[in-house]
Design a protein around this ligand. Structure first.
Ligand code: NMX
Ligand code: MLT
Length: 436
């Protein structure tokens, strides 16, 4: 057993009695009450999921295992000569709650190396798809196809104990996470670079190897590390995390669950917003003949978008009520590495112009930018201009968090998820006593 798996086993065994006690001794204690507006309104704010891997405070933003983004970036072991930490070390933190030593990070790197060969059938499936398929369709399909190699599926058929499910999910998750960067980079090079595939380099860390396989020089390795870390987890209620959790609760294996997670991420109100931001900005640039618009011109473009019935992509949030710290971390990167980039200037102008307009319009509960408003700019700057690909990058990161959550959910024996629905008649009865 790898040292990461051993440590995880210890942590899961230590944690189980806490969950069991809560259910057995305090199962009837109320956590929340549910209003009709929440039942109809996308279950917003209902406290009905549990995770210790990340927590989202509306005013502070995300903490991973209790650490803010600046703390994570500062405390985790760094790749020599790079600004950003090892993604492998970040995964260790998500899974165990502990900041790893350099040696522990190296062990995760070795574990990934031993698991990273992508089966040829995955590439054959990708090559058989229409080349103009959306990269998210390709990504989700490639991942789902690996159900064929699921360790959990085979163990389950043999009759594995419920308390050991997490171990088989761990095997599948590590196998998948080791392969995911190569699958994503392969989709990129296959679709957009005439199939000129760059082989994986076993000496490089996850972020460095991804940059290498994308064919992009430094500091794109740091961009990859930053991206994967920032996009990894946003507590459990967002569409992608919740979908992954829900699907895995039926004991669908990690490949089915992460593929489903990606399908949720591919919606324009969720992860696809990073693609939409760049598409929308291109519209602004085209209409301005390529010049940076004045503040007044930008305001008009924002109002025109709203009046046409569209949302402003990259702004607003279901939980956050301030600027997303993931936006700020990327903005800091831009200020350091690409302050004069014209698209960054557009995005910075939007940061100034959009929130007061959304406030004036009075609909959005949060007028501030989210993670997606800034992420495409960095990709564009380093030459990834095929903005359809941006949500795949989000998906690589999100897989780290959702895999960690699924392993823990199996470790703590969470049951199949099954909330209750009611009819409109029933809600009317509850609201004002109307009989149907
Ligand atoms: N532009 C225009 N209108 C907005 C925006 C926005 N950016 N954000 C919210 N609204 C509207 C929203 O459409 C709704 O209108 P209506 O009553 O006509 O249906 C109203 O404001 C109230 O919505 P909220 O309660 O503030 O937001 P909700 O929790 O329903 O949705 C988002 C959250 C993120 C889906 C929403 O803010 C949005 O559509 N933003 C733009 C898309 C985006 O950036 N998504 C990415 C989110 C982060 N991620 O990566 O997933
Ligand atoms: C996310 O990262 O999942 C998004 O910010 C959406 C959310 O948290 O609701």
């Amino acid at each position: 057993m790898s040292s990461l798996k051993k440590k995880l086993e210890e942590k899961i065994l230590q944690h189980r009695p806490r969950t069991e006690r809560l259910v057995k001794e305090y199962g009837d204690v109320k956590v929340d009450e549910v209003k009709i507006s929440q039942v109809i309104g996308g279950m917003r704010g209902i406290k009905c999921l549990v995770t210790d891997i990340s927590y989202l405070d509306p005013f502070e933003g995300i903490r991973f295992r209790g650490y803010t983004i600046p703390e994570v970036l500062e405390k985790l072991p760094k790749v020599p000569g790079a600004e950003m930490p090892y993604v492998e070390g970040f995964l260790y933190l998500l899974l165990t709650g502990d900041i790893p030593t350099m040696q522990e990070v190296e062990e995760v790197h070795k574990e990934f190396n031993a698991r990273k060969k992508v089966p040829q059938y995955v590439f054959d499936i990708l090559h058989a798809m229409p080349k103009d398929s959306h990269p998210m369709t390709m990504f989700a399909t490639a991942i789902m196809s690996m159900h064929l190699d699921s360790v959990f599926d085979k163990e389950y058929r043999k009759g594995i104990k419920k308390t050991d499910y997490w171990s088989a999910y761990y095997e599948d998750a590590m196998n998948l996470l080791a392969k995911i960067p190569e699958i994503a980079a392969h989709i990129y090079r296959w679709k957009y670079k005439d199939g000129d595939i760059i082989p994986s380099d076993p000496d490089l860390d996850m972020g460095g190897n991804f940059a290498h396989m994308m064919g992009i020089d430094r500091p794109y390795d740091d961009v990859a590390r930053l991206y994967f870390i920032l996009h990894s987890d946003h507590e459990s209620g967002n569409v992608s995390a919740h979908t992954g959790h829900l699907v895995a609760s039926a004991l669908s294996d990690i490949y089915y669950s992460i593929s489903a997670m990606l399908n949720g991420l591919a919606g324009p109100l969720h992860g696809l917003a990073n693609e939409e931001v760049l598409r929308w900005l291109q519209g602004v640039m085209d209409s301005m003949g390529g010049k940076i618009p004045t503040e007044e011109e930008m305001k008009k473009f924002v109002w025109d978008t709203l009046e046409s019935g569209k949302v402003i992509p990259g702004f607003g949030h279901a939980v956050l009520r301030k600027t997303d710290p993931r936006y700020m971390a990327q903005r800091e990167f831009c200020l350091k590495h690409l302050p004069d980039d014209p698209i960054f200037k557009y995005v910075d102008l939007l940061f100034k112009v959009v929130p007061p307009i959304l406030l004036e319009q009075g609909k959005a509960k949060n007028p501030w930018p989210n993670v997606d408003a800034q992420s495409g700019v960095i990709q564009w700057h380093y030459g990834v201009r095929e903005y359809e690909f941006y949500t795949v990058l989000f998906g690589i990161g999100r897989a780290l968090g959702v895999c960690s959550n699924i392993i823990w959910a199996r470790g703590l024996g969470y049951p199949i998820e099954r909330p209750k629905s009611v009819t409109t008649d029933m809600l009317e009865e509850i609201a004002f006593g109307k009989k149907s």
